[in-house]
Design a protein around this ligand. Structure first.
Ligand code: HSE
Length: 431
């Protein structure tokens, strides 16, 4: 590459600003690493009049016209930080067809259209790098692609959404309601523009599809994931969790079984001594089980201008340094076969149940009768008369291991009893 590497930046929001800040502050350091000067030569924005907290020293051309942005091809690497699907897809595919390298943080696009774009990039022998798409400043993409490549990965468990983790941490530590904790997360700038992506588990699910691809060299279609969000989480269950020695977290998980992969995103109880239980607030963490390394944990800031900007810049630097040795996927063969997706309902684990019931004779025996009928063995039972409200009393069961399909069938039957006052709450327990 030339002595001066020019970046075309699409999107100049939080991450774009972070990238420019690092480029300016660490200019000499980056030159030492790459031997080149990296400048931003043009920027695509939605609103030309919006005041910007920082402007690159290179005085780039600002435009809000996509055609104009793409017509001028006097740049080396496209950095896509717009978010969303259609426009980024259009811009990235055009850049690849022009023979340019691309860096993106767009997890939704990669989860939905990653196969197509990576195949196109491979065919054109250009880089399509995406370190910033998962875990903000955590170098998990490079770790799976390079550092752990000798391993067969048996499982990945991740706290991949900072907003959800912040909300659950605030509920647990400060006793805040879900709504208040969400409002705080939004004020702190953690949440996506549409918070449904965070709290419904969609953002974490997009990231999980990317991790599965990198770890297994297989495509796990997004729509085949088992996804549950945290919107319904009640402080009562968070408090029961605490009392029982657990903490509630939104987890993204994939497990390799002999006949395929089982993957999903869902809230679950973690024992207090589990390493992911220590990951609080907006932090993300990823626990990878390699068959040679055993457990490897990466933890750090999953969002924010500088952490995510750091990952974007790492990709840019990597493309400059290894310009002729592009490694988009970490695989030499075709990593685009569809994974064999196993039904989550066959997953076996321990479980937490909370039944909200009328306090009357026979309730406990009816509940335990249904558990027995579905072959679910109760490990512990609690009834708290002091938490009696107009919604009755909570009864909590912890069970031994059972399949999710047994649990779902039992809950469906239990919810039909006339003494049940609210739909039964259930969380898997991670061991
Ligand atoms: N909204 C995401 C989160 C950050 O809360 O983790 C960017 O991926």
């Amino acid at each position: 590459m030339k002595e001066v590497v020019k970046i075309a930046l699409a999107g100049f929001g939080t991450v774009g600003t972070g990238l420019v800040k690092i480029l300016m502050e660490n200019k000499d350091w980056i030159k030492r690493r790459t031997g080149k000067e990296i400048i931003v030569s043009q920027i695509l924005v939605k609103n030309l009049n919006k005041p910007r907290p920082i402007i690159p020293q290179s005085e780039p051309i600002f435009t809000n016209n996509v055609d104009e942005f793409l017509q001028n091809k006097d740049w080396d690497i496209l950095v896509e930080l717009i978010g969303g699907l259609e426009l980024p897809y259009q811009i990235i595919s055009k850049a690849i067809l022009f023979g340019k390298h691309v860096v993106t943080a767009n997890k939704a696009l990669l989860a939905i259209k990653g196969k197509e774009l990576l195949q196109l990039a491979n065919a054109k022998n250009v880089g399509l790098y995406f370190e910033a798409s998962v875990g903000g400043g955590i170098p998990i993409v490079q770790t799976l692609k390079e550092s752990l490549c000798a391993n067969k990965v048996t499982s990945i468990s991740g706290i991949l959404n900072g907003t959800a983790n912040y909300i659950l941490t605030e509920m647990s530590q400060q006793g805040l309601s879900f709504d208040l904790a969400l409002k705080q997360a939004q004020e702190k700038g953690y949440a996506e523009a549409d918070p449904a992506l965070d709290i419904d588990g969609i953002d974490a699910a997009h990231k999980l599809v990317i991790l599965i691809f990198l770890a297994y060299g297989e495509i796990y279609p997004f729509e085949k994931l088992w996804i549950k969000g945290i919107k319904q989480v009640d402080l009562l269950d968070i408090n029961f969790a605490k009392e029982l020695g657990y903490i509630l977290k939104l987890i993204a998980q994939v497990q390799r079984e002999s006949n395929g992969l089982r993957a999903g995103v869902f809230p679950a109880f973690f024992p207090n001594n589990h390493i992911l239980s220590k990951v609080d607030g907006a932090f993300n963490a990823i626990l990878v089980q390699g068959n040679a390394t055993g457990p490897v944990v990466l933890c750090g800031q999953g969002a924010g201008d500088l952490p995510t900007g750091s990952s974007v810049l790492a990709d840019i630097i990597s493309l400059i340094k290894h310009n002729s040795q592009i490694n988009n996927t970490g695989f030499k063969d075709d990593p685009f076969q569809q994974a064999k997706c196993l039904d989550f309902m066959d997953w076996e684990c321990k479980h937490y149940f909370r039944f909200q019931v009328k306090d009357k004779p026979g309730v406990l025996s009816s509940l335990s009768g249904v558990m027995g009928e579905y072959n679910i063995s109760i490990a512990q039972a609690i009834q708290k008369t002091q938490t009696k409200t107009k919604q009755g009393v909570p009864i909590v069961f912890l069970s031994h291991r059972a399949k999710l399909k047994q649990v779902t069938a039992a809950i469906n039957k239990i919810n039909e009893f006339d003494f049940i006052l609210e739909p039964t709450i259930h969380y898997p327990i991670i061991e």
